[in-house]
Every structure is written in structure tokens, then in C-alpha cells.
Design a protein. Structure first.
Length: 377
């Protein structure tokens, strides 16, 4: 639902009831990930998309029905064979599981608060029960970026506290995902919760103010990263040379990295290609929780770098995290081609992709989004 938060925020502020249809599970090559929503208000205005095919028409009608009947939330399943899937926008036999529910902003002010945070560029998360007893289906609660919790329509108690904890955890990771709850003494019926997350942009930290860094900063910005370029030489570390970076820092790379924010979504790209910068920087980088750490250089440079890092006390497990030489084998030569090679490896690493040509692989093209599934007790 947070994919259309800006419009939903306006509807909530105007106290306009609407029906919300949300993709809660996908299989095959469904075109959009879980958490994607369509909303329809009582005047027939629609926003969002979940397939791009005639599924949209069926979902639109279901939204009208939910609004008209003012009934409980309901589930709808759309699955098609390979022969006719293309016509309805679900290629290669994709399947969608959709939850449709009526939202009255006057009864769920916490959603107005969550949509306002997202519309203002601030992080927020909304937890939504998508499987469980009928009376709980569609129940929601929100967590805002400053860790405030808006209770919403979800029951209080141990399950509520567990959902809150998992929502906060997924929000810290910046991931929309499913989690299980209940099934114990406190709530005997199992529940499935979809946590919608809109977090701050992940960071890309580029070290080395070189031409390759200029191209990579542009590619990183295009992919939605908050890009920082850092170099110890002030004459090279200038905003004029890196107009696509969010910030340009003149400082020793390892010193800057020691004092900046790094989380499980951060990509660290070491392009300095100089041992006096690389070794102290990588010692710090490989001790962080960064999702991706890559370093530029030849294979000979890589082997020498590994030797120096081992002498510096790094373990084999730490060194195994290092992507070097950086990037996928695309035959890249120019800075722009190299930037594509590096970002392609980051995408493949993040999404557990193979990096192989799709023509040489089998199975679904679109994989489910990488997400945390946790059992909450």
C-alpha cells in the first residue's frame, strides 16, 4: 500500500473511504511484488496497479463490491496458465493472491499518520494481517520512523507486541515481508502478517574520486541509492566532479567509514586501487554489516590485497565477503560500462541472482523478493 501513499494520504486527510486491494503473495512470474496495492474510492477514482492486465478490471469490481457492501475483508486468487497469462498481464503462469478491504480513515487514523510520513520522505511501516480468523483479516497497525507505534485496529496483547517487534525489525532492514504469528497459548489460531515498509534510501559508499566513481555515482543514484563519494584528496573530492552524488567527502576513507552509518543494505565500493587507502579501509569495511563490499583491481592486486589483509588479522570468513575484482564479467572497459558491471553484481548479490544470461537458465524469471520470514511467538 505504501507504493501509493501520497494519494492515500490525500484521501485520508479528506476522510474519503476507499477500498484497498493488496498483493499478499505471488508465485511464478507475477509482475509486481507483495505489498503492491490498488485503491478505489467511492466516486470510482482508482490509483495504483497490481498487474497491468485484465486482472485490474476484476480487482476494480471487487473493490466496488467491498465499498458497496461495507463488508469484511476478502481474499481473491488469480492464476492463469502459460497459454492465456500474457493477455491478463500475468506472464509465464504467474499467480496473485490479493486481499481486498474497506478503509475508513476516520476509524484508522494511524494510516493517515503512516501515509503522511511516507509522503514526506520519512520511513514508516504498516503491518497488516493477511491470513487468520475472519474477524482479524485486514487488521493493521503502524510504526513510524521515530519508533512511535500507532495501534490501529490490531488487537493488543502478546501477539500485538510480537507483530510490533517484527515490524520494527523489518523496518530497520528496509524490507517488505511476511511473518507468522500466533499458533500458541496466547493466540491459538496462526496468523500471517504482511509488513509494508518504506525506509530511507539505502546507502552506496564510493571510495576513490576517479572517473569510475563518477559513472558509478550516477548509476547508484539511478538505482535509488543515497550516494556518498569519499577521497582523502580535496582537490579531487569536489561536488563539481560528482554532481550525481548526494554528498562528497574529503577525508581519509577508513576514518570516514569508522564514523558513518552502515547497515545491512549498504553497498561499499572501493575504487581507490591503492594499498595505503585500501587496506585500512577494507579492515573497517569487512567488520561492518554492509550488504555488499567490492574492491577494484586486477587479480594480482586482489591476491596481494588478501595477503596484506590476512597479515592485518582478518579472518577467512571476513575475507570471503569481499567481492574482488569488483563487478560481473561483462567485458566492461569504459567507466560507464564498469559502473553497469558493478551495479549488476550488487543487484544479483542483493536478490540472490545467478548473474547468468536468462537464456541459459530455467524456471521463473521474476523471483519472490528476498525477505525475512520469522515465526513470532
Amino acid at each position: 500500500m505504501l507504493n501509493i501513499a501520497d494519494v492515500l494520504h490525500r484521501w485520508c486527510r479528506a476522510a474519503r473511504p476507499f477500498a484497498l486491494a493488496t498483493v499478499v503473495d505471488v508465485s511464478g512470474s507475477a509482475p509486481l511484488p507483495i505489498g503492491t496495492s490498488v485503491a478505489v474510492d467511492e466516486e470510482g477514482n482508482a490509483v495504483g496497479s497490481i498487474s497491468g492486465g485484465c486482472v485490474e478490471g476484476a480487482v476494480y469490481e471487487l473493490c466496488h463490491q467491498v465499498l458497496r457492501d461495507r463488508g469484511a475483508a476478502q481474499r481473491a486468487w488469480f492464476g492463469y496458465s502459460d497459454d492465456d497469462a500474457f493477455a491478463v498481464g500475468l506472464t509465464c503462469g504467474g499467480e496473485l493472491d490479493v486481499l481486498i478491504q474497506r478503509i475508513d480513515p476516520t476509524e484508522q487514523p494511524h494510516l493517515t499518520a503512516a501515509f503522511a510520513e511516507v509522503a514526506g520522505g520519512r520511513p514508516a511501516a504498516v503491518a497488516q494481517i493477511v491470513d487468520g480468523p475472519d474477524h482479524l483479516l485486514g487488521a493493521t497497525m503502524s510504526v513510524l520512523g521515530d519508533d512511535r507505534v500507532a495501534h490501529g485496529t490490531m488487537d493488543s496483547g502478546p501477539v500485538y507486541r510480537a507483530v510490533t517487534d517484527q515490524t520494527r525489525a523489518l523496518m530497520r532492514m528496509g524490507r517488505t515481508g511476511r511473518a507468522a504469528a500466533g499458533g500458541g497459548d496466547d493466540c491459538r489460531e496462526p496468523l500471517s502478517v504482511l509488513v509494508h515498509v518504506r525506509a530511507a534510501r539505502p546507502r552506496m559508499l564510493i571510495f576513490g574520486a576517479v572517473d569510475f566513481a563518477a559513472a558509478l555515482s550516477q548509476a547508484g543514484a539511478f538505482l535509488g541509492f543515497r550516494v556518498t563519494v569519499c577521497d582523502a584528496r580535496p582537490v579531487f573530492a569536489t561536488t563539481a566532479r560528482f554532481p550525481h552524488a548526494d554528498e562528497v567527502i574529503a577525508d581519509w576513507p577508513h576514518r570516514y567509514l569508522e564514523h558513518t552509518e552502515v547497515d545491512e543494505r549498504t553497498a561499499i565500493c572501493v575504487l581507490t586501487h591503492d594499498a595505503k587507502f585500501d587496506i585500512p579501509l577494507l579492515r573497517v569495511a569487512l567488520a561492518t554489516p554492509a550488504a555488499y563490499i567490492g574492491a577494484m583491481g586486477s587479480r594480482r592486486t586482489h591476491h596481494e590485497r588478501l595477503h596484506l589483509l590476512m597479515q592485518a588479522g582478518l579472518t577467512e570468513d571476513q575475507l570471503a565477503r569481499l567481492r574482488s575484482p569488483i563487478g560481473l564479467d561483462l567485458g566492461a572497459r569504459t567507466p560507464q560500462e564498469t559502473a553497469v558491471s558493478i551495479t549488476a553484481e550488487i543487484i544479483a548479490h542483493t536478490n540472490l541472482g545467478t548473474g547468468l544470461p536468462l537464456s541459459s537458465t530455467s524456471g521463473p524469471i521474476h523471483r519472490p523478493a528476498v525477505r525475512e520470514r520469522a515465526v513470532m511467538k
